[in-house]
Design a binder for this molecule. Structure first.
Ligand SMILES: NC(=O)c1ccc[n+]([C@@H]2O[C@H](COP(=O)([O-])OP(=O)(O)OC[C@H]3O[C@@H](n4cnc5c(N)ncnc54)[C@H](OP(=O)(O)O)[C@@H]3O)[C@@H](O)[C@H]2O)c1
Length: 272
């Protein structure tokens, strides 16, 4: 199974579907989950300093024997580490834990007003030094990016935001596309909160797929990079088994109307 990819604004290729590794009950589950995902064809892993599992991700990648260049690894600078010098130090520690010389994508995890420009300046330095193949942001809505761009020399390659039909804000995605920023979505399956939604169940039955698969597929069809998380082998396989069908335009439009502002994380609109 070849997972489709997207080309970022600096020419780097990124898979459209990957594995998220946020908050498993036991850190020990992460290595196994990443190994299963790689077996299932996954080549994008989304971690973060805040997830405290960069070492386990590194162990899985080493065990897999898959060439490093075939795997796209994202990590993120946490809020407490923001600011120019602190971010540079945090980045070094992440690389050490991941046992890498170069990360594929380094993101600012959340927009922290007082550090916004300095943190981005650190990411620009990391990029200029060739230690990240791409740099970007997360949880940034248009107002945050507008402000960032007043001083930025490099336009973020990615903006990772919560993205499911239930939190879908088309204006955020359109804004990113207009700026040539690739949107990436997290919590595509709303952490299971919508598995009993009759509207979603009806569509899943129509396509002979699970509600989880419908949500992952919806993200991919929007051209948004998506990173469903599971630590269970069958679920990982299920979440990656979404390339053999497509949702009709009509049903995509229908799913676009499911918005009810259900979120798993804070709404960036509440952050200055
Ligand atoms: N940038 C940010 O601020 C931010 C915030 C949140 C998340 N993220 C990233 O996005 C990734 C995904 O988001 P998320 O983990 O919050 O939520 P999610 O991927 O929407 O949902 C994960 C939850 O759904 C369960 N699950 C997964 N597949 C399933 C299936 N096929 N059937 C039944 N249950 C299933 C998982 O349990 P099991 O593991 O037990 O299967 C887990 O509890 C994260 O891991 C992280 O990498 C980023």
């Amino acid at each position: 199974m070849k997972i489709p990819s997207t080309t970022l604004n600096n020419g780097v290729e990124m898979p459209l579907l990957g594995l998220g590794v946020h908050a498993p009950k036991n850190i020990s589950e992460v290595q196994q989950a990443v190994e299963w995902a790689l077996e299932a064809g996954c080549r994008l892993i989304d971690t973060a300093t805040a997830y405290n599992n960069e070492r386990e991700v590194a162990d899985a990648i080493r065990e897999s024997g898959i060439p490093r260049s075939d795997i796209f690894i994202t990590t993120k600078v946490w809020n407490d580490d923001q600011g120019y010098t602190r971010t540079l130090r945090a980045f070094n520690r992440s690389l050490e834990r991941l046992r890498l010389d170069v990360i594929d994508l380094y993101l600012i995890h959340w927009p922290i007003k007082e550090h916004r420009h300095e943190t981005w300046r650190a990411l620009e330095k990391i990029y200029a030094d060739g230690r990240a193949r791409a740099i970007g942001v997360s949880n940034h809505y248009p107002a945050h990016i507008d402000e960032l761009l007043t001083e930025a020399r490099i336009i973020p390659a990615i903006n990772q935001v919560e993205f499911s039909p239930y939190s879908y804000l088309p204006e955020v995605i359109t804004y990113c596309r207009d700026k040539n920023i690739q949107p990436e979505g997290y919590a595509p399956m709303v952490r299971g909160k919508k598995r009993d939604d009759p509207k979603l169940i009806a569509l899943a039955e129509k396509y002979g797929k699970s509600t989880y698969q419908m949500l992952v597929r919806w993200s991919i069809q929007h051209g948004v990079v998506t990173i469903p998380k599971s630590v269970k082998r069958e679920r990982i396989q299920e979440n990656f088994n979404v390339l053999d069908f497509s949702i009709s335009d009509e049903d995509m439009t229908l799913m676009d109307t499911f918005y009810d502002n259900t979120r798993v994380a804070d709404d960036p609109r509440t952050i200055a």
